[in-house]
Design a protein around this ligand. Sequence first.
Ligand code: PMP
Ligand code: GLN
Length: 381
Amino acid sequence: LPSRLPKVGTTIFTVMSQLAAQHGAINLGQGFPDFDCDPALLDAVTRAMHGGALANQYPPMAGLPVLREAIAAKVQALYGASYDPATEITITAGATQAILTTILALVHPGDEVIVIEPAYDSYVPNIELAGGVPVFVPLNPTDYSVPWDRVRAAITPRTRLLMLNFPHNPTATTLKAADIAELKRILTDTGIWLLSDEVYEHMVFDGLPHNSLARYPELRERAVIVSSFGKTYHVTGWKVGYVLAPAALMAEFRKVHQFNVFTVNTPMQAALAAYMADPAPYLNLPAFYQAKRDRFAAGLASTRFRLRPSEGTYFLLASYEDLDTPLGEEAFCKWLTTEVGVAAIPLSPFYAQPVENKMVRFCFAKKDETLDAALTRLQAL
Ligand code: PMP
Ligand code: GLN
């Protein structure tokens, strides 16, 4: 039948997780932890659910006020930015819904949207659903930095939106001060909006800062910033995230949001609001994941994989060029899953046109014993 998304199949994350489950492989593919969240967070959900008759009914459309207030306080403390919880913060069903809703709200048919590749796999189908036209700018192949001159060259009078995602999935790079300066310069005298997917904001390593766009008044006034509690609190299955945006952009966002999910489940929001009172869980996250990155990278160093540096996210890219196999990335990942017992994600689905770099993405958000078991298998290759 006529398809709205004729080129789209099943997302690679689902394909690889299903294959890993079928073959009992260690799943370092799809990005999610294999350990549980803090039991205190679970207790907070139970308490929230027992909070009276309204505790399990619809919350306000934009999200529970206590949660929006907790987010406003956090963003103020971390990034020095004031967002009004009444008009500038909305709770979403994860970052996925936040991104689609933003694009549907802001992109009109025929508008151009600049997408930096490799890009998270939902972005381009989302743009196509809105009738927008994706315009691709590849990251520099050597170090995956942003080629700002090429971003500037991609801007036309039809450019409506520039999509950013730092820390970056899948290349694990971060935005530097020089990038922020370039971005400001490029946007001067344009009406381009920004969608900044900052779901990995609390996973930045080696003492690097997270350069949230919220920090920069000239950028935040045109930015919709997206984050997700799933990443930060090890609860990817909860699907709760949020959006920060100036009131005028947020008003448009909410017009779509109210007919998209209307609102997000109440007890999780109440629990997250209570749990956010303590900043330690997210302040400790960089050290927690840096230790896992270092453990996994040290193990991979004695395999024939060649790894790329990971500055942030819970991913790491590795080249399998030295394994001397003719297999392309997707075939290699399937082989690695079924024959070696370790699932990874190919890099190619993050590009609109298939590009073969002999590169795969591993997720290190796993128990140490899971990482060690996977390394033993990879070291045998
Ligand atoms: N953006 C990026 C870059 C991601 O890696 C992910 C996946 N975790 C999402 C958005 C979606 O986040 P959520 O699970 O909160 O929908
Ligand atoms: N964001 C996660 C990843 O990059 C997966 C989310 C999903 O499966 N859609 O692996």
